[in-house]
Design a protein around this ligand. Structure first.
Ligand code: ADP
Ligand code: MG
Length: 676
């Protein structure tokens, strides 16, 4: 007998061949099939008359079959099937090409729901190759993401059968009390109504419940992760050891926010519970200095620290900063990246294993299996949003529960941060180092491009450097600006006579590094690049940035990008060029031009686009959420967060029987993600 959580092959009509196809979609059990949420619906409750059908659009019609013409074979062996239908007022012809099966299914005298375009022809309105279902079927039919070999009818039938298995088991994860408080429908009802809704408003209720469940699982999973890590033992450093002397050697005075972040971190490091802290600060707020101090403190405690950067460029840049500041102080810094020669890597690995290296800076290479640390006690990841839960876990396995610090330049409103980083404590740097001039930002259309370049040339002539950012590396089907072709054009035209170089992700790490080095040294005046410069690159003399196709970038991303300029004593300018006149785009351009505080910008982003974007797994490395959950409102997310807190405060490890299903769900969500 088929079971909800059993093998899908036990369902009627699902043999091993079909099961294999389902497995490709990640569906192995009837329950997982139910979690395969429709991507759309055919809503036959909104049927129109033939006369009211909108041309060139999908229409829903309820039609009766009057007559089936005999098939007609064209000279090219195409078989044409024509069926005459009526809505009671007008007559239309349904036309199928080679689709004998569809033709046979239609019975004269019976009514069907049709979906298709209605086009006028010499013989009256025609509906070519429509989809149809029986009128005794549900009036709202689900449409699914499919895979080759599984038709929508098959999936509907299998889902229908899986729904009959629901009463077998109690799958309800929420008590009635909770459901009432947050106005949520029961789970079984929601599954029924997400697939075969009674009405579109029932579908919305169902969607709300399912989205809530996912958000709740996410919040609970993050909390469980946190309580798991808290139990581990970490090396407690000595609070008597002082880093003040080192701080005194820095080329600047730490801002109050930097100092307070340093205090938070040192106090964590002196505990035998592993630190698990997020350092959040806008681009240019000086997170690196805080990291350097933390590494110095660790080295003074005769322990190793590691700093992991998301790109090679950034790793090399950090290595330079760290070694310049720390080496004079007797702290040994080394660099390890994937593109080094095997010999060099093995030398560095020896320094790490013997403990001669105090601070190890690098890319992902530093967490590979073959890297053994002598006494790793602090792990810092820079630009944390590029690393997922998975890497956080890998790193944790490296040392004997090292302290962890993650640094992020993506300012996130507190409500969201608490969810996304639910397993972390948070320090925030709000203040910018003194003397920073805000970046002047202007949004213009392509008509002003020549003037923009005139302005760029003026600044170049004054000795400054510039970035030109394009959304793509190479030309493709769409009309977006690309680094390669557009870059070459403007190098010949607008920027003729200046030294211009390209930088993008398809270059080898060596090429990229060489180009960045020349840009840093001022040999290159203009860098035409993709968003590879987004993260952490620091060239204080760069004072102007032009962003082409600005509409292609999210608000927070634009803010990150422009953070590459305005890093020195010069007044900096960011010119956004877009020919996209949509209201949303105009609004976004206004927000970015009028605000310089990353936190304000991310709040606005949240208002404009909802929290879904923040959950994009590439950004924060959370378990991926379904489209349903990503489409949720901020309000629903806050409810889920609040609900998770309530449940966990009464039952921190979800050991009570009524929380058993919840625990299972949360664990399943994270396990699936972490084990891939
Ligand atoms: P981010 O937070 O974006 O990583 P960085 O750490 O790269 O920022 O710092 C940006 C620039 O500000 C660097 O050139 C750094 O030397 C400088 N800086 C950092 N802290 C201060 C400070 N307290 N006073 C003046 N300049 C500072
Ligand atoms: Mg940085």
């Amino acid at each position: 007998m088929a079971e909800l959580f059993g093998d899908i092959t036990f369902m009627k009509g699902v043999g091993s061949a079909r099961a294999e196809k389902y497995a490709k979609m990640g569906i192995k059990q009837p329950y997982e099939l139910l979690m395969h949420i429709p991507r759309d619906y055919f809503d036959f409750t909104s049927c129109v008359k033939i006369a009211d059908a909108r041309p060139d659009e999908r229409n829903f019609l309820r039609l009766k079959v009057l007559e089936k013409h005999n098939p007609f074979v064209t000279s090219t062996s195409l078989v044409i099937y024509k069926v005459v239908v009526t809505d009671g007022e007008d007559i239309a012809t349904v036309v199928f090409f080679n689709a004998v099966y569809s033709y046979r299914m239609l019975v004269v005298g019976k009514e069907y729901y049709f979906v298709g375009k209605v086009t006028p022809s010499m013989n009256g309105p025609e509906i070519k190759s429509p989809v149809f279902v029986n009128v005794n079927e549900n009036a709202i039919q689900p449409v699914y993401r499919l895979t080759k070999g599984i038709t929508v009818e098959t999936m509907r039938n299998n889902v229908r059968q899986a729904l009959t298995l629901l009463p077998q088991q109690n799958i309800e994860s929420l008590t009635e009390q909770v459901r009432e408080k947050y106005e949520l429908a029961p789970l079984a009802w929601s599954l029924q109504n997400i697939h075969f809704p009674e009405s579109m408003s029932a579908q919305r209720e169902a969607q709300k419940r399912l989205a809530f469940d996912e958000l709740l699982d996410l919040c609970i999973g993050m909390s469980l992760m946190r309580s798991n890590t808290v139990r581990e033992n970490a090396f407690a450093m000595d609070g008597e050891i002082s880093v003040n002397e080192f701080i005194g050697t820095l080329p600047f005075r730490l801002t109050d926010d930097q100092s307070s972040a340093v205090r938070d971190i040192i106090s964590d490091l002196c505990k035998n519970v592993p630190m698990n802290r997020l350092l959040q600060g806008d681009v240019g707020s000086g997170k690196t200095a805080v990291a350097v101090v933390a590494c110095c403190f660790t080295a003074l405690n005769h322990r190793q620290s590691a700093l992991m950067a998301p790109t090679e460029i950034l790793a090399i840049q950090h290595y330079k900063t760290f070694s310049e500041l720390l080496e004079p102080f007797g702290v040994r810094v080394c660099l390890l990246t994937g593109s080094m020669t095997a010999k060099k890597k093995s030398n560095i690995r020896e320094l790490i294993a013997s403990g001669e290296a105090d601070v190890i800076v690098g890319t992902h290479a530093i967490i590979q299996k073959d890297v053994k640390y002598k006494s790793l006690s602090l792990v810092i990841t820079d630009e944390q949003h590029r690393f997922g839960v998975q890497q956080r876990t890998e790193l944790a396995e490296k040392g004997n529960s090292p302290h962890r610090l993650v640094m992020s330049a993506t300012p996130i409103p507190r409500t969201l941060a608490l969810i996304i980083y639910g397993d972390l404590d948070i320090s925030v740097i709000k203040q910018m180092p003194a003397g920073r001039k805000p970046i002047k930002t202007y949004a213009v259309t392509g008509r002003l491009r020549q003037r923009a370049f005139g302005f760029v040339r003026k600044l170049l002539d004054e000795g400054r450097q510039a970035y030109i950012v394009c959304p793509k590396i190479e030309d493709g089907e769409n009309e977006l600006f690309s680094v390669k072709s557009y870059g070459k054009e403007i190098a010949q035209r607008e920027l003729r006579g200046y030294s211009v170089a390209l930088l993008h992700g398809k270059m080898s790490p060596n090429e990229k590094e060489e180009t960045m080095k020349q840009f840093r040294d001022g040999e290159i005046q203009v860098l035409i690049c993709t968003t590879v410069v987004e993260v952490g690159v620091d060239v204080p003399n760069a004072a102007v940035m032009v962003i082409e196709n600005a509409e292609r970038f999210g608000l927070s991303q634009l803010h990150q990008l422009r953070g590459r300029i305005g890093r020195g004593q010069y007044e900096s300018h960011c010119i956004l060029i877009t020919d996209n006149p949509t209201e949303e785009c105009i609004r976004r351009m206004k927000v970015i031009s009028a605000n310089s505080d990353g936190f304000v910008i991310s709040e606005e982003d949240l208002k404009l686009r909802g929290p879904g974007d923040f959950f994009g797994n590439a950004q924060h490395g959370l378990p991926p959420l379904s489209a349903t959950a990503r489409g949720c409102s901020m309000e629903l997310m806050n409810s889920a967060k609040e609900c998770a807190a309530e449940i966990l405060s009464a039952d921190p490890n979800l050991e009570m029987p009524e929380n058993g299903v919840l625990r299972q769900n949360a664990v399943r969500m994270f396990d699936k993600y972490i084990t891939g």
